[in-house]
Design a protein. Structure first.
Length: 440
């Protein structure tokens, strides 16, 4: 009679750290693709950004079954079939307007990644029993490409998005890949569609890029999918960084949290977002833009909607100016690319004016700082909302009014950080964070 023997462990001990151990094992499996890079905060691999996004490999040649951008096949759409709408029209309807093309690539556990394909934008085909439709085996990324004021096409730190997407896929048992190959596929889509959809006549404009991966195995059953689909689209997105009067936040209700320690708030998976919409819609019905998500019995401030949240205040003990945001060390919040950029720029360029602090802080601390007149400004940071000034926080019937600067549109430091990032994105400042994509 056969039987299964449990892994040995010392008396009184039990291996309960299954998720972290499992993620470490998956990372170890794909580590040969990462060129010796080690896992950084929140599972993001700090590999360097190649300046040539379409050719750089950093020394790794993809093998059979690995994601390989050099095998990309191209089927071009009729360039005259669709006209590029103006930004306002494109963002006014109920459907996201995408560019002429998309990239797709399929994976099977038996054979690995097939050759990716750039082809005309159109529907995907899924069986009703596909894993993603039942078990939330889905993750995605969000980044932008920009038409600079110097006429060039740029991305913004795409290596961070590619690395984070790898971490997200591994977290939900989707296949791993070399992040550099994903970067090159993203750049190729921009290279093909950028000249038409971000023409040089529209400097200062952008497109939103959405790489996503879904489990496609058409078999019911709670299991890691044996088939998957990677796809990348480019689309219009409304500008949301300057709402009239600033962003107004309503703190989360007592009966809901967006993410929790031990969960998956640090991964960009679809399951993070759908459950938050009920409270968000209720807040909007009451005149607020987003939820300020609180966590734990003490009400720790975490994220503003799906964006990271920053508050600038004077420290209670010292009076020193501090830019404060929630930490990454407990894997509760998303390691946002815009968040990371704000932290790094503030530490580099505002070192003599303020201290950047990544720590847990509570809504009671915010209320106390407001009562004592120590709050200077606040903002949300993310790809969609970019740098969006926050003007008000409503908590349990108490309203915290956040200063909006002399112009009434943004605090001084919020505007500085936002301006620095825009200069990098649109080519007013030549910076390694803004790699150029060649126009086709």
């Amino acid at each position: 009679m056969s039987h299964t023997t449990a892994a040995p462990h010392r008396s009184g001990e039990q291996d309960v750290d299954l998720t972290s151990s499992g993620l470490e094992h998956r990372i170890a499996e794909v580590s040969p693709l990462l060129n010796g890079n080690t896992t950084g905060v929140n599972g993001v691999h700090p590999n360097g950004l190649t300046n040539d996004l379409t050719n750089g490999t950093n020394g790794h040649t993809p093998k059979s079954g690995e994601l390989d951008a050099s095998k990309l096949t191209i089927e071009l759409a009729d360039p005259n079939a669709r006209q590029v709408p103006d930004e306002a029209t494109a963002c006014s309807g109920t459907e996201t307007i995408c560019t002429d093309h998309m990239i797709t690539c399929t994976w099977k556990v038996s054979s690995g990644w097939e050759a990716p394909a750039l082809k005309p934008y159109g529907p995907l085909s899924l069986m009703p029993t596909a894993s993603v439709l039942h078990y939330a085996t889905e993750c995605f990324e969000g980044l932008k490409c920009f038409r600079g004021f110097d006429g060039k096409l740029r991305l913004f730190r795409p290596n961070l998005n590619a690395n984070r997407m790898l971490m997200s896929t591994l977290r939900i048992s989707l296949p791993g890949f070399n992040p550099e190959e994903l970067e090159k596929l993203i750049a190729k889509l921009v290279e093909v569609d950028g000249p038409k959809w971000l023409s040089k006549s529209r400097p200062g404009s952008f497109l939103y890029l959405r790489p996503a991966m879904i489990g496609t195995q058409p078999q019911l059953g709670v299991q890691a999918p044996k088939e998957a689909l990677l796809f990348i689209t480019a689309s219009f997105m409304p500008r949301m960084d300057a709402p009239a009067g600033g962003m107004k936040l309503h703190t989360s209700p007592e009966d809901q949290v967006r993410a929790w320690v031990g969960g998956f708030g640090y991964a960009k998976v679809g399951a993070n977002y759908g459950p938050s919409l009920l409270a968000t819609n209720e807040a909007r019905a009451r005149g607020f833009g987003q939820i300020l998500w609180l966590y734990g019995p003490n009400g720790e401030c975490t994220e503003a909607g799906a964006s990271n949240f920053f508050i600038l205040w004077r420290a209670k003990e010292t009076g020193k100016l501090q830019l404060v945001t929630a930490p990454l060390d407990d894997r509760l919040i998303l390691d946002g690319v815009t968040r990371r950029s704000c932290v790094e720029l503030a530490r580099e360029r505002l070192a003599g004016e303020l201290e950047v602090v990544e720590r847990k802080y509570t809504i009671d601390e915010v209320l106390e700082a407001d009562k004592e007149g120590r709050i200077v400004e606040a903002f949300a940071a993310g790809t969609a909302f970019f740098i969006c000034p926050v003007s008000l926080i409503h908590h349990r019937g108490v309203e915290v009014q956040i200063p909006m600067g002399k112009t009434g549109e943004s605090g001084m430091y919020t505007a500085k950080i936002k301006g620095w990032l825009k200069d990098i994105m649109y080519g007013n400042e030549q910076h390694p964070w803004g790699p150029v994509v060649t126009d086709q």
